[in-house]
Design a protein around this ligand. Structure first.
Ligand SMILES: [Zn+2]
Length: 389
């Protein structure tokens, strides 16, 4: 009897319990599941065919064209920002006053590896890649591309989801910022599917000239800030520049192998404790407003990201969300904190000839995918994404 009773009891329960109604499917979860590691890797790989994509070169312009063609193929209508980059002659660098703090604030800890930008072609051992990266940058006209998913009930309001497509250092800019640019393109692909609707608008921006001081993002602000929320033509229901609800930047997403070891080397594998670093800037006019999306993204990570957690920090700096910090809520997502971690040498490929696709393995790429899951989960929720049956 002792053996039979539980089975009998179970049978009685099953007989009396009506079939449970299917739990209402979470459309955001379905969308997040449309992200795919192999597709993300393929998009990064596609970007690396243009070498380091340095601004002001043919390889950079070819990359802008290629990105635009991909966005169009996803069904995401594109447009471009045109501007001129005429940098002052190099030299006479001001340098930062030594405050003991990292750039962006924050106190560095642990062992440090020196960082910098490689400018020596001969440090690239791959001759084909060296030749691809050989054309020097020239001052002059620049372009960047963006595409837009228009909201159904609030087309006049939008979130900007950005990553920078330019790089330097004589590698392939696979991580900085192929990984962030590909993340933005993958989100554009998923959210532009014909069965996806969002109440609010989302703009996917592939900034150019980040590495020279975010001139692409600055040009965007200069040209479009005053157009926000204006219906044009009047009565058309069209808003060429919806009101900016927030700016979410993605910059260098793959590599979190921990701090440098005491002997100046790095762990060979992604550390088990790897995380997605969500940063806002506490020293900005919109600090309180920016903290809110930072925590919304942290919660979206807990809900939707499959492998790696997120951490929130207050020292966002040196990326395209920077020019927005006093205007609108602005955050960035990264593999590490920019100031105290990357600034301390946590990413030895950063701006180096070793930032090539072949350097990374699936554990690295998966961290970038988890950042994509985080942003897709957060932005799809914030914009009221639904799926047509
Ligand atoms: Zn970058």
């Amino acid at each position: 009897m002792r053996i039979i009773l539980p089975a009998l009891f179970l049978a009685m329960i099953q007989a009396q319990t009506p079939p449970a109604p299917a739990a209402a499917a979470d459309p955001v979860k379905t969308l997040v599941e449309r992200l795919d590691l192999e597709k993300y890797k393929a998009t990064i790989k596609g970007l690396t065919q243009f070498g380091d994509r340095r601004q002001g070169t043919d390889r950079n312009r070819a990359a802008v064209d290629w990105i635009e063609a991909q966005l169009k193929s996803y069904g995401c209508p594109t447009d471009r920002i045109k501007y001129v980059f005429d940098p002052p002659p190099a030299g006479g660098g001001r340098g930062r006053p030594n405050t003991g703090l990292a750039v962006g604030g924050g106190r560095p800890r642990g062992d440090k590896i020196p960082t910098g930008v490689n400018t020596d072609p001969m440090k690239q051992p791959d001759e084909k890649l060296r030749a691809l990266n050989m054309q020097p940058t020239m001052p002059g006209p620049r372009e960047m591309v963006y595409c837009t998913k228009v909201g159904t009930t609030h087309p006049e309001e939008m979130y900007i989801v950005g990553g920078h497509m330019d790089g330097h250092g004589w590698g392939e800019a696979a991580n900085d910022d192929g990984s962030g640019a590909a993340l933005v393109m993958e989100l554009a692909r998923v959210l532009s599917a014909p069965d996806v609707k969002t109440e609010r608008t989302i703009r996917f921006a592939l900034w150019n000239n980040e590495e020279t001081g975010s001139q692409g993002a600055r040009a965007y602000i200069a040209q479009r800030q005053d157009l926000q929320g204006k219906e044009n033509p009047p009565g058309s229901g069209q808003y060429p520049e919806p009101k900016w609800l927030g700016m979410i930047q993605h910059d260098i997403m793959l590599f979190d192998h921990g701090m440098p070891l005491p002997d100046g080397t790095m762990r060979k594998e992604q550390r088990a404790e790897a995380d997605v670093n969500i940063e806002f800037q506490s020293n900005s006019k919109m600090a309180a407003e920016s903290m809110k999306p930072a925590w919304i993204f942290e919660a979206a990570n807990e809900k939707y990201a499959t492998d790696y957690p997120a951490a929130v920090g207050p020292h966002m700096t040196n990326t395209d969300s920077g020019p927005f910090i006093d205007i609108i809520p602005a955050i960035s997502l990264r593999e590490n904190e920019r100031g105290v971690q990357i600034g301390n040498g946590w990413d030895p490929q950063w701006h180096q000839p070793t930032d090539v696709y072949a350097t990374y393995n699936d554990k690295d790429f998966r961290l970038g995918l988890n950042a994509a899951q985080t942003t897709l989960g957060a932005v799809a929720s914030l914009t009221g994404a639904t799926l047509n049956k």
